[in-house]
Ligand binder design. Structure first.
Ligand SMILES: Cc1cc2nc3c(=O)[nH]c(=O)nc-3n(C[C@H](O)[C@H](O)[C@H](O)COP(=O)(O)O)c2cc1C
Length: 416
């Protein structure tokens, strides 16, 4: 049971927020509602009041008869500043539907209403469910505002595709069903509740380089952004994070232990040393499958050789070895970049043969995601369930991967 602060903004889908409140209170969550003035033209505050059993607030100077308390809580003798009190008490702040206008304000830190001031003061997880016409949603301004919010750790629920409010219109922009919103909130709440607190998480990032001579190498296109995003997200959830990075040109976030492992052999050594000291291993680095059998000393001169044939040998399968050496209660997640329609089937095979707890696969044939990009679109596969994560910033995808780890670990606890 949690305290959910619900922000409702001015959009057609505001009627769905009523159903959200009904479902959330049926699950015994205590809900308070803040509406923007525009939203009251779509749904009246009385309906929310009836369903939450608490006053709905709209104006930033409205007196709150509950003085910031949630339903079922004692009312404080002191009358606090409403937006600060509600934000401080909430376990989660859901803004659904989130209009293009409010998203823009939040992205730029506006505090011109009770809802936006509360969002700025909130330190609990903030979940945003945009809902609008597809043209508004797809506009670069909205997309960049969403990306900005995601980069600050706000969880954005991708709208559904389907019939839109105006006649004969179809596209992305529908508010997901209230039940899905509630599930997203509950997942976020359980992830935020200490599951990662003090958990030792080992993350690998980047791409290994296998030397040919002192100058040249065989490498790959991994930038390390996905691994860094995972490290950042785990750190924000209170984990103790070690990052093993291979040739990452980006600055790593403060507060984590960084080990440099530029080649597959060094990566293997660092992972084998780190494995006994972690509960979660996230293998996001792209490790070379082959390396030159011999390394030339110095620099091979073009004039010295008529041509060059490299003899390659396979590198050890680090992930399979680590999975084989795992201790009980360790969670191992592999990553696979696969190409084309067979991507999921190939990842499924890897999951089984390498005995992983989960594999995160992206289809590298899709444009604008994966290597070097700031966005990703993945499917998380476990032996008992599968979750598609729509295209979003790598930070946001990292949050969903950590939610999946939390789910795996709590399912593991439950089955023990
Ligand atoms: C009939 C009607 C429907 C609207 N539907 C949406 C919508 O679904 N999503 C959206 O972002 N804006 C929608 N708008 C525009 C917003 O209501 C408008 O931008 C308003 O300023 C939002 O204010 P708020 O963000 O403070 O709630 C709609 C406007 C009208 C008149």
């Amino acid at each position: 049971m949690a305290r959910i602060l619900l922000g409702v903004t001015g959009g057609i889908a505001a009627y769905k927020s009523l159903e959200f409140v009904r479902l959330a209170t049926a699950r015994e969550h205590a809900v308070r509602v803040i509406q923007t003035p525009a939203s009251t033209r779509f749904v009246g505050r009385a309906s929310f009041e009836a369903l939450t059993g608490a006053p709905t607030l709209v104006g930033d100077h409205d007196a709150d008869p509950l003085r910031g308390a949630f339903p079922g809580e004692q009312i404080d003798a002191h009358d606090p500043i409403t937006h600060l009190a509600l934000a401080a008490k909430a376990d989660l702040f859901l803004i659904a539907p989130a209009s293009a206008n409010t998203i823009a304000k939040l992205a730029h830190g506006f505090a011109d209403s009770l809802l936006t001031s509360s969002a700025l003061a909130a330190r609990c997880p903030v979940v945003l469910a945009p809902a609008m016409n597809n043209l508004m949603y797809e506009h670069p301004a909205t997309q960049s505002n969403i990306a900005r919010l995601e980069s600050r750790g706000v969880q954005v629920i991708t709208p559904a595709v389907g019939r839109l409010a105006s006649r004969d219109e179809h596209g992305i922009g529908r508010l997901p069903e209230p039940q899905q919103l509630l599930e997203a909130c509950e997942q976020r709440l359980s992830a935020a509740r200490g599951l990662f607190d003090g958990l030792r998480v080992l993350v690998t990032a980047g791409g290994t380089r296998e030397p040919i001579d002192d100058v040249r190498f065989i490498g790959n296109r991994s930038s390390g952004k996905m691994g860094l995003a995972l490290a950042q997200a785990a750190l924000a959830r209170g984990a103790e994070v070690t990052l093993i990075e291979a040739n990452v040109a980006l600055a790593s976030p403060a507060g984590l232990r960084v080990i440099h492992a530029p080649t597959a052999a060094e990566m293997q050594r660092a992972c084998e040393e780190g494995l006994p000291r972690c509960e979660v291993l996230l293998m996001a680095a792209a490790v070379a499958d082959f390396r030159p059998k011999a390394r030339f000393d110095g620099k091979i001169k073009k004039q010295q050789l008529p041509g060059l044939t490299l003899d390659l040998e396979p590198t050890p399968d680090i992930l399979a070895r680590l999975a084989g050496a795992r201790q009980p209660r360790q969670t191992i997640v592999g990553f696979a970049a696969e190409h084309g329609e067979r991507a999921l089937a190939l990842a499924q095979q890897k999951l089984q043969t390498k005995e992983l707890d989960a594999i995160v696969v992206n289809d590298i044939s899709k444009p604008g995601i994966g290597f070097e990009s700031d966005a990703n679109e993945v499917t998380i596969i476990t032996s008992s369930w599968q979750q598609a994560v729509a295209k979003a910033s790598k930070r946001s995808v990292a949050e969903r991967i950590l939610d999946a780890v939390a789910r795996l670990r709590s399912e593991g606890e439950a089955s023990r």
